[in-house]
Ligand binder design. Structure first.
Ligand code: PLP
Length: 390
């Protein structure tokens, strides 16, 4: 057996999900905050595009890096929305989900034993992807006090001779943190000075509640752009998690290496799903369809924050983006895994422990769920916390 693969931990969220399913099968009404996906259906205009493609026989292999029309649409989106200019022929790759783009980015950037800096708390797939690429994650702790943001000084202090990359995820899963353009510029300039690659995961770009425009790090200077892999996708933005379309923009040498990996692992992303993504990125009706979803996320963000803030013993920061909130429950004296298991068993509320995200004092609620679920779930959560305080 391959020892690296053997050491990969299966997603720690699965145990909670399995238990929630088991209880639901017994007829228990679960309030779930576990899912990392929008609760909305994929807009009809996107589904129709895929159906038309299938009917027209678009069911064969495409170019390994995605079909040219979709690469062009992705490049146009990066230019229009993010202010980054990428050559669609050499600097764009479309993959089977943002996850696969990230996986290939680490394969391309890291050699055996090299390090990538991962600010903690982090999305739990980064360390495992880095390990599968033969690399090592070097975690740098951020705190609620600093808005869960990495500073240039922390980045500088964390660098070792074999450090090659830094991962920046904004808005963040699990904390909801979002960097300002000024913060990104400072981090980007520091990374360039240190000779690091930047892996910018902008998957939750559309869900920002600060009132400030979203800034992409690669748009902030040519020198930063030359060292950045910008990852994004359709899953969260268009409620397309099951279609598996993600994409990345990066300098040609990186896209070439990522494409070589993809050509041997997957050939290309699913062809009808590429047609669906093309509609998502180019049809104004798709854009119109996501507006109510974005408004709903903003309203839910306000509401769940207000409800959590009112729970005695819980400390919580207002999420600036994404659809997660990451309250600190350390005061109750339980580890996050035990806390979540008991919350599920005793009050039938499914939340995800913070431990696998790098913070055992916190738990993660996803508010990609109905307002009713938020109201009832938070009432049960408050009762649970009251019972723990005894
Ligand atoms: N990046 C972050 C921070 C995520 O939370 C996710 C999904 O949960 C992804 C990337 C990957 O999304 P997908 O592979 O569905 O495009």
């Amino acid at each position: 057996m391959n020892s690296t693969v053997e050491s990969i931990r299966p997603s720690a969220t699965l145990a909670i999900a399995a238990k929630a399913k088991e209880l639901a099968a017994k007829g228990v009404r679960i309030c779930s905050f576990a899912a990392g996906e929008p609760d909305f259906d994929t807009p009809q205009v996107i589904k129709d595009a895929a159906c038309r493609a299938i009917a027209a026989g678009q069911t064969k292999y495409t170019a390994a890096k995605g079909m040219p029309a979709l690469c062009e649409a992705v490049a146009a989106k990066f230019r229009r929305v993010n202010g980054i200019s990428y050559d669609p022929a050499t600097e764009i790759i479309v993959s089977s989900g943002g996850k696969q783009s990230l996986f290939f980015a680490f394969q391309a950037l890291l050699d055996r034993g090299e390090e990538a800096i991962v600010p903690s708390p982090f999305w739990l797939s980064y360390p495992e992807m880095i390990r599968l690429a033969g690399g090592r994650a070097r975690f740098v702790r951020t705190s609620a006090r600093s808005g869960y943001k990495l500073t240039p000084e922390q980045l500088r202090r964390a660098v070792r001779p074999r450090t090659r990359a830094v991962v920046l995820n904004y808005p963040s899963n699990p904390t909801g943190a979002v960097y300002t353009a000024a913060e990104l510029r400072a981090l980007g300039e520091t990374a360039v000075e240190l000779g690091l690659w930047i892996v910018a995961d902008e998957m939750y770009e559309r869900m920002v509640y600060t009132g400030e425009p979203f800034a992409s790090i690669a748009s902030l200077s040519p020198a930063i752009r030359a060292r950045t892999v910008t990852v994004n996708g359709c899953s969260k933005a268009y409620s397309m998690t099951g279609w598996r379309i993600g994409y990345a923009g990066a300098p040609a040498e990186v896209v070439r290496a990522m494409t070589a990996c993809q050509s041997h692992c997957a050939s290309n992303p699913c062809t009808p799903a590429q047609f669906a993504a093309l509609a998502a990125l180019t049809d104004p009706a798709a854009e119109e369809a996501v507006q109510p979803m974005l408004r709903a996320f903003a309203e839910r963000s306000e509401r769940i924050y207000a409800l959590l803030r009112a729970v005695k013993g819980v400390r919580v920061a207002k999420p600036a983006g994404a659809f997660y909130i990451f309250p600190n429950v350390k005061a109750f004296g339980l580890g996050s895994i035990e806390f979540c298991h008991r919350l599920l068993e005793e009050r039938h509320v499914a939340a995800v422990p913070g431990a696998p995200f790098g913070d055992d004092g916190c738990i993660r609620f996803s508010y990609a769920c109905s307002m009713e679920n938020i109201e009832e779930g938070m009432a049960r959560f408050r009762e649970f916390c009251d019972s723990l305080r005894g």
